[in-house]
Write a protein that binds this ligand. Structure first.
Ligand code: ATR
Length: 286
């Protein structure tokens, strides 16, 4: 029997997830005994499934769509960034003596690290457009505020959804000296230094729903998706003179933050991102 500590990515669907491959590389690199798999959870029975996984001795899990909100509810304790997001992508099954299960959300800090370290783009003092007001965008807004850009505009087709998220973050934004507002797509504004797309892959059919005036020349335009799901956005960004970036770096960085939370050691993401990039490029139709 393996003595490795068990973890998994929980979702539905979850077959496509590259997280097991990423965590296997982290474990090897850091010499940690980690066994990381996939956990397909029924749509109507996520919580029981996770409790059973923990009861088998597992130490924690990542959580992906559509369960990030339920994962947040499951935990006895939540990090401040999970609290702001009201969603969790990471659970650590701490026992009662330690205070019970801990929920974290590493998506935002992963994205910030990809932008500032991997892409080398500073956020402090810049103007940022965040498109979308679903779980993905809500999950990154807190860490984005912590990076202290001058301004963040959250633009969404349904402006009320963006308004609710912005309201929840208003005090936090004020504390960090960040001007934060919610807008509809028509009023998104123009000449942003950084444009982050947090809308669903469903954009594929309908194209990018804001005009190229949102981009400052040489802006960074980043889609949280990667592979075919990001292609429409990346092509659009390049054709309008932006630096286009997909969500693969964010994926690897959020995984590294989860790994660090569980194991107390942060892996070196650079070789892992290079490996994942080669895989995604190889899978691209020529
Ligand atoms: P997730 O949790 O992955 O972010 P979601 O909650 O379904 O997914 O949110 C999807 C986001 O993409 C929303 O911001 C949605 O806009 P609405 O809030 O108005 O629904 C946005 N979105 C999806 N399809 C879109 C489209 N064709 N044009 C503009 N925005 C779109």
């Amino acid at each position: 029997m393996s003595t490795a500590d068990r973890y998994a990515v929980a979702g539905n669907p979850v077959e496509h997830s590259r997280s097991p491959l990423i965590h296997a590389q982290f474990a090897q690199q850091t010499g940690q005994a980690v066994d990381y798999g996939r956990l397909l959870c029924p749509l109507d029975d996520f919580k029981a499934h996770i409790r059973a996984f923990a009861a088998q001795g597992a130490k924690g899990c990542n959580v992906t769509v559509p369960f990030k909100f339920e994962a947040f509810e499951l935990a006895a304790r939540r990090t401040p960034r999970a609290e702001l997001a009201q969603a969790a992508n990471t659970l650590r099954f701490d026992d009662q003596a330690q205070g019970g299960w801990l929920a974290d959300n590493t998506d935002g800090v992963g994205l910030m690290r990809d932008i500032t370290v991997n892409a080398g783009v500073a956020l402090a003092g810049r103007r940022v457009l965040l498109l979308g007001a679903g779980g993905a965008s809500a999950g990154v807004l807190g860490p984005l505020i912590e990076a202290r850009p001058a301004e963040i505009v959250m633009a969404n087709r349904t402006v009320e959804k963006a308004q609710a998220i912005v309201e929840r973050h208003a005090t936090f934004a004020a504390q960090h000296g960040v001007k934060l507002s919610a807008r509809g797509l028509q009023e998104a504004g123009e000449a942003f230094d950084v444009f982050i797309n947090g809308t669903a892959a469903s954009l594929g059919g309908s194209g990018v729903p804001v005009g190229p005036q949102v981009l400052k020349p040489g802006a960074l335009a980043l889609d949280m998706m990667y592979g075919p799901a990001a292609q429409v956005f990346l092509d659009w960004a390049r054709s309008h003179g932006a630096i286009a970036r997909d969500g693969l770096g964010m994926l690897v960085e959020q995984a590294a933050e989860s790994f660090a939370l569980w194991r107390g050691v942060r892996p070196d993401t650079e070789p892992v991102l290079a490996h994942m990039r080669a895989q995604v490029d190889a899978a691209r139709p020529h």
